[in-house]
Design a protein around this ligand. Structure first.
Ligand code: ZN
Length: 191
C-alpha cells in the first residue's frame, strides 16, 4: 500500500526545520493516499491535535526525550489515528517494549534524523530482526518501517530482515528518470 510520509522537524529535537500541519492539510486535499506523519519534535503531545485535525492518518512519535510517550500514544488512538513509535539509530530496540502493545507501526531510523541523502546504517538490519521478534512475541500486528538511506541496493536486505513499510526520498525524488521510475526501481528490487 502506498503512503505519503511527512517529516516534521522543529529545529530542536533535530537540527533541521521542515513543515507543519498546514502542509498535511494541503496533502489531504490533493491525495486520498494515507498520510503518515513522522513527528521529529519535542513535546509532540502539544501538536498531535493539530496534525490529526489537518488530516493525518498515522501519527508517529519518537521514544527519545519523551517522558509522556505512553500517554501520547493513547491520545493519538483517541484522536482516531493509527500510532507509530520511532527509534533513532543510537536507541536500542528494547526501550519500546512497554509501549509496543499500543503501536501499529515501529519506525526504525536508519540514518540520524534531520537531513535526506545520508547513507544507510547497516546495524539497522539487526534491529529490524530484533523488533520483528518483539512484535511476534506479543502477537501484535504492528508493521516495521525503515527510514533513511533506502535505495535499490539497500532495500532487498531491509525487506529480508522483516521491514514491510519503506520510506524513501532521495531514491525517488532524485532518480535520474523521475519520480515514477524511482518508485518502480524500488519495487523491482524486491520483486
Ligand atoms: Zn521520516
Amino acid at each position: 500500500m502506498d503512503w505519503v510520509h511527512i517529516d516534521v522537524m522543529d529545529g530542536s529535537f533535530v537540527p533541521n526545520i521542515s513543515m507543519g500541519p498546514f502542509i498535511v492539510e494541503t496533502c489531504k486535499k490533493i491525495t486520498a493516499v494515507p498520510l503518515n506523519v513522522h513527528l521529529m519534535i519535542n513535546k509532540p503531545e502539544n501538536h498531535i491535535n493539530a496534525f490529526a485535525n489537518a488530516g493525518a492518518d498515522n501519527l508517529t512519535i519518537h521514544i527519545e526525550n519523551n517522558p509522556n510517550v505512553h500517554r501520547t500514544l493513547q491520545a493519538i488512538q483517541n484522536l482516531g489515528c493509527s500510532t507509530g513509535i520511532t527509534l533513532n539509530p543510537g536507541t536500542p530496540a528494547y526501550v519500546i517494549k512497554d509501549v509496543l502493545p499500543l503501536v501499529d507501526l515501529v519506525l526504525l531510523m536508519s540514518v540520524n534524523p534531520g537531513f535526506s541523502g545520508q547513507k544507510f546504517i547497516p546495524h539497522t538490519l539487526q534491529k529490524v530482526a530484533e523488533v520483528k521478534e518483539m512484535i511476534a512475541s506479543i502477537n501484535s500486528s504492528a508493521v516495521i518501517q525503515v527510514d533513511g538511506g533506502v535505495n535499490e541496493e539497500t532495500l532487498p536486505d531491509i525487506y529480508r530482515a522483516g521491514a514491510r513499510n519503506i520510506v524513501a526520498a532521495t531514491a525517488i525524488f532524485k532518480h535520474p528518470e523521475g519520480i515514477s521510475a524511482g518508485i518502480q526501481a524500488l519495487r523491482n528490487s524486491i520483486a
